[in-house]
Ligand binder design. Structure first.
Ligand code: C2E
Ligand code: CA
Ligand code: CA
Length: 430
């Protein structure tokens, strides 16, 4: 699944605004200023102080990697202390909008827990005797508390956070039950050589036959499964189902003396665990299918989280005869170095480039040309995704792309239709 856990893209202009330099002696903010951002010290030292009975009382000195002014992230109000650079400093500023975007995008449960903690912290500040002893702080805490009741900030809106988190948990629970009730299973979409349309394989795509909602597409539930760590369960279920289907496909295609593979999508969220690799290898081994008929589709982001572990895992898969396909190529890092380093066999050209490839003046045409020539350099085969028009095939063939899949050939089909498709395809195209 195209990951929901992407970092927020920041433009270089925004990055410039986020990073600031302060010379020794400069004030970053004064007690009583409006709160607008928190700070992380990249270099240098900052002193935090308050004024008591007209005298400056230093509270703490903070160095590299430390965070201050964080109350700005949980509510506006006024600064309860002053921050002064005691050395030349470089700091990054964290604005509440950035935090809000990360929390809302990443995980509703984290959002809920953060809101709860922040609200408790505010109440605790108000009643805490330690804070009550500090001049001015109680006044500021009162302001914070008033804000909780106004519920005007994203972390204040507990009801909204609770609703989203509950929806997420219910959906996760429903997915687990759906696996048990056999409501989840694969549809297969054929992959054909270009331009002669010989069937080379299928991609297994998950479908949920929901008793009430009907057919639920993966975009509606795979992201929840990824965030709640249940995705490996559905991926393993898919791998098992694929291993059950492969022998009958092979038997049907056998008369034409052809090997037909089935590829399975593996989410990147478990790519740092050895157990995950063991489980994949065990499932294939126990099924007794020839591993040469199984392709594992992974995304670039799965490899980049922990490249060393991912590299070792791919090596293990390869050593067991499995084939590795890199999904959605061109949308992520697309780095030369890892194509060289990782044991990859197939590059899947993302459908966003294929959709306007028949227009020779489009940028996509040049992008696909570059991807195909990169693949050839590294001895990888290419599969174009999302082929919808005959003209796409003409353009992809001209560029030397080996094979492709898309609605032009067939939409993903139920397993029951697959053997007929294999027979007809081989009869027609060999
Ligand atoms: P994907 O791996 O990139 O799969 C290709 C998607 O493109 C599929 O969507 C497929 O139905 C769709 N597609 C194929 N041909 C065409 C075409 O000609 N035009 C258009 N517009 N679309 C086409 P689908 O089945 O909805 O799956 C969406 C995504 O969900 C997949 O993208 C994959 O990332 C994820 N996914 C599907 N099954 C699984 C699974 O078993 N495990 C995991 N972890 N993710 C899965
Ligand atoms: Ca895929
Ligand atoms: Ca894809």
């Amino acid at each position: 699944m195209k990951s929901q856990t992407k970092a927020i893209p920041l433009t270089s202009l925004q990055l410039q605004e986020l990073r600031c330099s302060y010379q020794k002696g400069m004030t970053l903010f004064h007690e009583g200023d409006d709160r607008n951002c928190a700070y992380i010290i990249e270099k240098g030292e900052v002193e935090i102080s308050v004024v008591k009975d007209g005298n400056k009382v230093p509270l703490v000195r903070l160095g590299e990697g430390e965070v201050f002014g964080e109350a700005a992230l949980i509510g506006s109000g006024k600064r309860s202390a002053t921050a002064i650079a005691t050395e030349d400093c470089e700091v990054f500023r964290i604005f509440p909008c950035i935090l809000r975007d990360s929390i809302l995008r990443l995980d509703p449960l984290v959002g809920l827990l953060m809101s709860l903690l922040v609200n408790r912290y505010r109440k605790w500040r108000y009643v805490s005797p330690e804070f009550a002893a500090e001049a001015g702080v109680v006044e500021h805490a009162k302001e914070d508390l008033a804000q909780v009741d106004k519920a005007d900030g994203f972390l204040n809106d507990l009801n909204m956070q609770k609703k989203i988190a509950l929806q997420e948990l219910r959906m996760a629970q429903e997915i687990v039950e759906a696996v048990e009730k056999n409501e989840l299973g694969p549809y297969l979409q054929p992959i054909m050589t270009l331009p002669d349309r010989k069937l080379v394989g299928f991609e297994a795509l998950i479908r949920w036959r929901h008793p009430v909602k009907g057919m639920v597409p993966p975009a509606d539930f795979v992201p929840v499964a990824e965030r709640t760590n249940i995705v490996s369960r559905i991926d393993m279920m898919m791998l098992k189902r694929v291993c059950e289907i492969v022998p009958s496909i092979q038997k049907t295609a056998g008369s034409a003396g052809r090997k037909i593979y089935v590829s399975v999508n593996l989410s990147g969220t478990h790519f740092d665990s050895d157990d995950f690799a063991d489980e994949v290898i065990d499932i294939v081994r126990q099924s007794k299918v020839d591993p040469a008929h199984i392709v594992l589709e992974i995304t670039e982001s799965a490899l980049m989280g922990n490249p060393q572990t991912a590299e070792a895992m791919l090596r293990r898969f390869k050593a067991h005869g499995l084939t590795i396909s890199l999904d959605d190529f061109g949308t992520g890092y697309s780095s030369l170095s890892y194509l060289h380093k990782f044991s990859i066999d197939i590059l899947k050209v993302d459908q966003s480039f294929v959709s306007d490839i028949h227009n020779k003046n489009s940028k996509s045409f040049d992008v696909v040309r570059a991807i195909v020539s990169l693949a050839k350099t590294f001895n990888l085969s290419t599969v174009a995704e999302g082929i919808e028009y005959e003209e796409d095939i003409v353009a992809l063939t001209a560029l030397g792309c080996d094979s492709g899949q898309g609605y032009f050939f067939s939409k993903p089909m139920p397993v029951d239709n697959v053997l007929d498709f294999v027979k007809e395809s081989i009869e027609k195209y060999g």
